[in-house]
Design a protein around this ligand. Sequence first.
Ligand code: SF4
Length: 255
Amino acid sequence: MNPDLSALIAGMGEEMVFGQALARRAGRGFELRHVADRDAAAQSLQSLAVEELRGWAQFAQGGAFRPLKSAPNLRRGWRATAVDGTALGLCLHHLYPGAVADWHAAQAQPPPVTSYREFAKRQTGMYRITAKLNDAAAGAVVRACCHPDSCLKRRLWTVGQLKLDGVAEKSLIPCLEPCAILVELARKAARWEQEAAARPAPTPAERELHRQEAAERLQHPDTDSPESDFDAPNNPRRLRFILENSGGPVTPGVS
Ligand code: SF4
């Protein structure tokens, strides 16, 4: 068994919640299921082979593709048996690719993280603009993008004074650097900032109206469009960004 997995299993006790997967010791092996099915009778759950978990994790309830496996929309209704630690590692890999290795890496002090600033500095081409966001706007991007309703990874990197995520609000799975979805939202935010600078500044009343409309739309977020389609008016990250950044200079139209 690889050392990443050995360390995780050694610290898990009788059970552990990893993302939305609940793993419990069962004899010499383990039983896995969705954590929301913790108390469900085993016979009421669909039995999946270890290899089937990969396909199960590809699609949300309703059939939408899940590009970000750490999104909190893993389907319920399944259980799988891992005969030993190696099989448990395979199950977790199918559900959350690379997450066990990241968990182990994050045990180092300090963990090997890349901050927003370092990450943005390395960007080339159309993503270079992400370095132009100030700390307040970049923080709004991060709060909008990494919100627990959109991603369960625990963010261990930061920008400005933004506090890190905790296990309780997210999960054991760490986030060691900004992901592609976050960088795309940062790029859009920088563009919105440029466009806003070319327009007359909104009045406080216009800002408030804008904020209220975004808050209302967020009650019915668009979960069918691609996660990083930030032109979609009801994209939840876009709407959260409008709310998070309502005091700042960026004012993308709600529609
Ligand atoms: S950058 Fe944010 S949204 Fe992306 S994986 Fe990390 S925590 Fe999740």
